[in-house]
Each structure stands twice: as C-alpha cells, then as structure tokens.
Write a protein that binds this ligand. Sequence first.
Ligand SMILES: *Cc1c(COP(=O)(O)O)cnc(C)c1O
Length: 367
Amino acid sequence: MDKPVYVTKPYLPPFDEFVEGLKEIWDSNILTNMGPIHNRLASKLQEYLKVNQIALILNGHLALEIGIQTLGLKGEVITTPFTFASTTHALVRNGIKPVFCDINPEDYNIDCSKIESLISEKTTAIMPVHVYGTPCDVDTLDKIAKKYNLQVFYDSAHAFGVEINDTGIGNFGDMSMFSFHATKVYNTIEGGCLTFTNTDYERIIYLLKNFGIAGPEDVLLTGTNAKMNEFQALMGLLNLNHVSEEIVLRKQKVQLYRDNLSDISGLELLPVPKNQVKSNYAYFPILIGDKYGISRDDLAEVLQKHNIYPRKYFYPLVTEFTCYKGMFSAETPIAKDVASRVLCLPIWGDIPDETILKICMIIREKR
Ligand SMILES: *Cc1c(COP(=O)(O)O)cnc(C)c1O
C-alpha cells in the first residue's frame, strides 16, 4: 500500500459542520462545566443508547473510576485479563484487587461458568467487558450477581449502539461505561459516559466529576475533574448524526472480509452476531490456528511489509504487563491462548474495498 493502513481511522464529521458548530461556543462563551452542547448531547445519547440515565465524562477511563466510586466497590472484583489496561487500572487505582476469570473460546468474553469458584468473602462485584462489542452472557451474569449479592459494572467501551432484543446494552447490570475515544466506533475526540438506572447515582457522579463541588461555598466529596467540554460535545453531536450510517458501512466491510477469509484453513473468525443482537462491527479479529501454517506474529510481519498494521488486541494479557506481572494469581489458559493467536484487522466505515481485498489476498498467500 502507498499509504500506511492502520487498524482503524477516527471518524470525523464534515469540516464545515464543525466550523459552523463552533459559532455557538463563541456566542455562548461557555467552554466547559456542563454547558448547553454538553446537555444536548447527553439527552441525544440517552435516546440513542436507549438508557434511563446517562452521565457524560471526560474520557472512558475516568468514567470507569467514577463508576467504581459511585457503586462503592471495594475488596475484590472479578474481571477479565483479556481487555485493555484501563479496565484493570481502574480497579487497582481504587484500591481494589482484580480477580481474573478466564474467557470462553467462542466470543472471548468472561466465562460465566468459572466465576462462582472465584467468589470470596471480599468480592463486591463483577466487572465484565463486552469484548469487540459482542454482548456478554448478561442473563447468567445477572443470576450470579443476584445469588451472591454482587454488583455488575460492564466495561462497554467496545459496545456503543449494541442492543439485545431492542434493549440498549447499557441497561444491563448496575452500571455500564462507554468510551468515546477517537479510535472507537463513535467518538467525541476523547470522551465517555456512564449509564445506569438507580436515580441516586446521578448526583453522586455529577459531584465526583466536578471536584465534589456542591455550591459556591461547599465541597461534599473528594471528587476529581472529569467534565466533558463543549468542543468534545460538539464533535459528539455531529458524529452522532453519522454513526448509524457508519455502522451500516462497517457491516458491509465485515461481510467483505468474511466472504474472502471464511474458507482459509486455520483461520477462526468472530461468530456472526446472534439474531437478537444488533451489532456495531467495531473490530474484526481473526484467530490464527495451527492449520494456517504460519504464526500470528509472522502474519503480522508479512502484513507490515505491505504497509498494513493490524493490532494484536489484546496481547499481552493485562496480567503479563510489567506493572502487574506476578502480582495476581490467574489461571486463564483460554485467555492466554487467544491472546497469543489474535490479530485485529483494519476496519472503519469507508475503508476501500480494494484495501480489504488486498489484505485478504496477503492473508491467503501468506506473503
Ligand atoms: C478504550 C477502552 C477503555 C478506555 O476508554 P478511554 O475513553 O480511552 O479512556 C476502557 N476499556 C476498554 C475495553 C477500552 O477498549
């Protein structure tokens, strides 16, 4: 390829739309602190995600931390090592011990059959991740949580717009976090949100994201600063007008990959979403098996020679990072195996078909 092809390309609205939108900020002179654009975006996103309540946050990671604090999690939380560092960091940075559960080999989400044996007196919650936007087994997680009186906080960073039977994915569990980072299906440059049903949480989150300030003369909580500003919110409002169309395009690109890769021996593709699931086609991971002939790392190198840069999401496992190595006992053989064989191929709405066909041909010929 003449130009490098990365794993994704941030979605930008038409330039003129953004410039036009900036006028409102210059007119209002409000740059941040829950301004009018922020509030408009919050209500539009609440509608789009089909959730009862939403709080916009500066970025997804701080949304996770604020969510943990709002839910009052402590002690131990059962989670997955097959995720982005953020999920684990959010727990550890809040004094919580992550307890790592293995994933299932079908869709790489937390293996619900292995959760109960990890529950201890100190367990307060389960923090699963809807990996690649594929919904976790929300019904089983709900049952386990009820049985042991645990909270469930979903890392839905990958799952923007995903629905199960017309129910927004953000309605499951006690709370969900969405990331609006530039590399995600929907972005506000940096950004994120929390969704929840308990009406008490709205005020706590509002305080936590704004230093705990309750009024001009009092501070109620040891909060942080995690407010989404008006420029982010403007980007979000404009991108929201285009995101459904972006997801339709992604679906076509995923289909093109499938049509051209499904017969290659030794390659495993993510299962096609179940009928009742509305997917967002956020990622296109492939798993390299023995029968393929060359290793995942070798394939990544071959693609790089053609100026194509797929990503090994998620490799290494969180538990292998220098900051965590040897700290937590984790029996997660499936996660380890998947991490060693996975490769996420380039995907975004307007990636040219020829680029996908070229990638598929390189994968087929292994050179
Ligand atoms: C992107 C991501 C986050 C963090 O979100 P940011 O908006 O980048 O802070 C957390 N968890 C997962 C699984 C992610 O992919």
